[in-house]
Ligand binder design. Structure first.
Ligand code: BG6
Ligand code: MG
Length: 226
């Protein structure tokens, strides 16, 4: 393993909850149903795709013009930015600071593959921007997760072959993207949404370099047998 590539929302910090709250705020305004189960299907996907999905689920896909949709996305983002403006280094999820230190100690490259346009601002607020050797710009990509492009771009920026990368995600679309990129996939959270992951940890505090290295060896053995 030469590089570790991180998703941001729900892996490094709990901003997945803030995305949920911000979309819920919009859904209430336009009177469409929204709950945590709908939100689960939005994790990892872009702002525009998230709105489209919500409108489809709410039976309102033809109700709004493009300008109105843009206004809804802007409103969601303003609400979201109000929430993230309060983030501090204390908001790193448990064990993430320690895990980043372990990776740096072993000279493992660290990359960010987040679909969020707000990612750099969040890394700054968490004071971990300097830990990252590469941060993918999601606006420069042709396709979002579950397409592998974002993870392949991170690997290319880090100068590491995808086969030598482990990537960490909390969303189904993200795990699919990692596997399609030919990388070792670490899922954080509930097993149902990450059936394809090579390693699943219930919470970020369970993420250690020692565990990752052990599972990496097992993964190598499985690949040789295939
Ligand atoms: C992903 C989140 O990381 O970023 C999604 O999981 C979110 O919920 C997406 O919609 C886009 O984020 P932003 O900040 O650009 O609206
Ligand atoms: Mg996420």
């Amino acid at each position: 393993m030469k590089a570790a590539i991180f998703d941001l929302d729900g892996v490094i910090t709990d901003t997945a909850e803030y995305h949920y709250l911000a979309w819920k705020h919009i859904a209430e305004q336009i009177d469409i149903p929204f709950n945590r189960s709908v939100n689960e299907s939005l994790k990892g996907i872009s702002r525009a795709e998230s709105l489209e999905s919500m409108l489809i689920i709410g039976g309102a896909q033809t109700k709004y013009t493009n300008a109105e949709k843009q206004a809804l996305m802007d409103q969601k983002n303003q609400y979201y930015q109000m929430l993230i403006s309060k983030l501090t280094p204390e908001d790193l999820l448990p064990g993430i600071g320690r895990f980043l230190c372990e990776l740096k100690g072993e000279n493992i490259k660290i990359g960010l593959a987040s679909s969020s346009r707000n990612a750099p601002a969040i890394l700054k607020r968490l004071e971990i921007m300097d830990d990252f050797h590469a941060i993918v710009d999601p606006t420069a990509l042709a396709k979002g997760k579950p397409d592998p492009e974002i993870f392949l771009t991170a690997a290319a920026l880090l100068g590491v072959s995808p086969a030598d990368c482990a990537a960490i995600e909390d969303a189904e679309a993200g795990i699919s993207a990692i596997k399609s990129a030919g990388m070792f996939a670490v899922g954080v959270g509930h097993e149902q949404s990450m059936l394809d992951a090579d390693l699943i940890v219930r919470q970020t505090s369970d993420l250690t370099l020692e565990l990752l290295n052990e599972e990496w060896v097992q993964y190598g053995i499985r690949k040789i047998k295939e």
